[in-house]
Ligand binder design. Structure first.
Ligand SMILES: [Zn+2]
Length: 60
């Protein structure tokens, strides 16, 4: 089942494992938006996370 398109790589994000992950942005103003994405794409681009990295560790 296809959920949407990854906001990083523009490929479809299937419902598998931890995916789809959701990237949510809230600006200092009123704006906020969220997009589906692959967990893998997320980790790749975030670099060294100071915390929260365990969110992306698949348990299976
Ligand atoms: Zn992706």
């Amino acid at each position: 089942m296809k959920i949407g398109v990854c906001c990083f790589c523009s490929k479809p994000v299937d419902e598998v494992g931890l995916d789809p992950c959701t990237l949510s942005i809230a600006t200092n103003g009123e704006g906020s938006q969220s997009w589906p994405c692959h967990g893998e794409c997320y980790v790749e681009r975030l670099g060294d996370l100071p915390y929260g990295r365990e969110l992306f560790e698949n348990e299976d």
